[in-house]
Design a protein around this ligand. Structure first.
Ligand code: MRU
Length: 344
């Protein structure tokens, strides 16, 4: 069975509850956009493209929930929902992209029913497009990997971080589908374990050979010749090629450079932010308890100060290529990223 992370069914949004994985595969159903906002905030759904589509479906629910009888009042209800959804997580640009795209469609509607129908249709289309884009990215990226490669990945940039198929893990799926044998090394990704709970789960579910390592074994596996290439996803990519992704990505990229191992990023064009500079980006800071314990077990003294950023920035000089649905950008990124957008 193909994992489908988010779906629109009978005027509601159905999602896999990722907080329950890998122990239980549970689906949750929402009819209120405030619950979708909560789901994004509490990581029931996570991963940049998945929260972009969830935001769009949240807007579709907001349109259905609105009892406004005029176009102006409906647009104002949608603006309110947009703000609540947008404020849930700050770093992944796909969320604001999804919300903006829906708002643009809403503004084009002439009547209340035209707006509601337009918003729902667009959100459903964005979900389907996400899968198509991932498959194109897979085809563009698989050419970079060889038969019998062992590919390291960090966090989860898979089916569970998108609607289906995945970005970084989509490239790995496409490499396997092209007939090459691949093995994967997944970092566990402390503190919330997206690597062990989600990446290991979905690759095992699909019969892809995966070994799990503690984050601290990245250097060991690379130094011992166990890794041929690295591929990760992204939450935001700047015009300069600076990549914001799960905390620890910068360390993995630095270690890959040290060992001459190619380090790739796979992300759709909706993950690019061509307007901001590195210092403009808000890095989400998460609660201390994620670091002071593992599950319910306390692993640090009471009252300890904690620094717990959810993302870090990898500079362009550590990145061998950025794989998108429009092709692979190579350094210098200022030029190659512009070309990717011109091809649109
Ligand atoms: O905190 P998360 O789990 O939402 O972080 C996810 C990541 O950092 C992913 O690597 C990124 O969103 C790319 S997903 C295709």
């Amino acid at each position: 069975m193909e994992l489908r992370t988010i779906e629109w069914k009978d005027d509601s949004v159905v999602m896999i509850d990722q907080t329950k994985l890998p122990n239980e595969l549970v689906f949750v159903k929402y009819t209120d956009y405030n619950d979708v906002a909560d789901a994004i905030r509490t990581l029931v759904v996570r991963g940049a493209p998945a929260i972009g589509v969830s935001g769009a479906f949240g807007m579709a629910l907001a349109a259905l929930q609105s009892s406004s009888e005029t176009k102006e009042n409906l647009l104002s209800d949608l603006e309110k929902a947009k703000k609540i959804l947008n404020d849930t997580r700050p770093t992944a640009v796909n969320l604001s992209w999804g919300l903006k795209t829906i708002m643009q469609i809403a503004k084009q509607g002439k009547t209340v029913s035209e707006i509601k129908d337009g918003v729902i249709a667009k959100a459903k289309h964005m979900a389907e497009e996400d899968i198509n884009v991932n498959k194109k990215m897979g085809k563009n990226g698989e050419k970079l990997f060889h038969n019998n490669d062992t590919i390291m990945t960090h966090c989860n940039a898979g089916a569970l971080a998108t609607v289906a198929y995945g970005t970084a893990l989509g490239v790995i799926r496409a490499t396997k589908e092209s007939g090459k044998k691949v093995k994967v090394i997944a970092t566990e990704t402390r503190p919330i374990q997206q690597g062990s709970r989600l990446t290991a789960f979905e690759l095992k579910h699909d019969g892809i050979d995966v070994s799990l390592i503690p984050d601290t074994a990245v250097g060991y596996t690379m130094a011992n010749g166990l890794v041929n290439g690295v591929i990760v996803g992204a939450d935001r990519i700047l015009q300069t090629g600076h990549v914001f992704n799960k905390i620890g990505t910068y360390q993995v990229a630095t270690m890959a450079k040290q060992h001459n191992i190619p380090f790739y990023v796979a992300a759709p064009l909706s993950t690019f932010d061509l307007e901001s500079n590195p210092k403009d980006i808000t890095i989400e800071q998460r609660k201390a308890s994620e670091v002071t314990g593992i599950g319910d077990k306390k692993t640090a003294p009471d009252g300890i100060d904690v620094i717990n950023p959810a993302f870090d920035m990898t500079p362009p000089e550590l990145i061998s290529g950025i794989i998108t649905e429009n092709g692979v950008a190579k350094p210098p990124y200022e030029e190659s990223i512009k070309k990717l957008f011109k091809a649109n």
